[in-house]
Design a protein around this ligand. Structure first.
Ligand code: DQA
Length: 145
């Protein structure tokens, strides 16, 4: 089983970016935790980060070649990218949306996700654990499909 993990814009700055909201853990450290969990779950992962909407859409399209599930933190694109939403809907690969922070307890514009309606579910507010919980959920979904 192969999972594609996608980190959206500004997540390359994790560790130094708004640490009171996102904590001090780097993206590299989150990826390492995901790798360790992938080994435990017996699956393979690819991790990519991009600040560009078009790159993220291309990664989602490329997932049609052999990827069983997508875990995505779309960053701010969560709240307004109909193009990423359409890409997720188009490829018909089970997708879980994750967020480090609890988007529902923050500014009003973060309460809406245009991607969540086409995802299997959303996990928000648990820091790096959101990714790990999301991976477990995704693997469960794929196994039970
Ligand atoms: C985020 C939440 C988004 O609202 C924000 O724009 C981000 C990070 C999170 O992981 O908490 O860039 O997706």
């Amino acid at each position: 089983m192969k999972l594609q993990i996608i980190h959206g814009p500004n997540l390359n700055l994790l560790g130094s970016r708004e640490t009171s909201v996102y904590g001090t853990e780097s993206l590299d450290s989150i990826n390492k935790k995901c790798e360790a969990l992938a080994q435990e779950l017996g699956c393979e992962i690819a991790t990519d980060q991009s600040n560009s909407e078009s790159d993220i859409i291309d990664i989602i399209h490329a997932a049609r070649q052999g990827v069983d599930g997508i875990l995505i933190n779309p960053g701010a694109f969560t709240h307004y990218s109909y193009a990423i939403r359409d890409a997720v809907a188009a490829v018909q690969i089970p997708t879980v949306e994750v967020h480090l922070s609890n988007v529902h307890s923050r500014e009003k514009f973060r309460h809406k996700s245009v991607i969540a309606p086409v995802a299997a579910g959303q996990i928000s507010g648990f820091g790096a654990d959101s990714y790990l919980l999301g991976m477990r959920a995704l693997v469960g979904l794929i196994k039970n499909a």
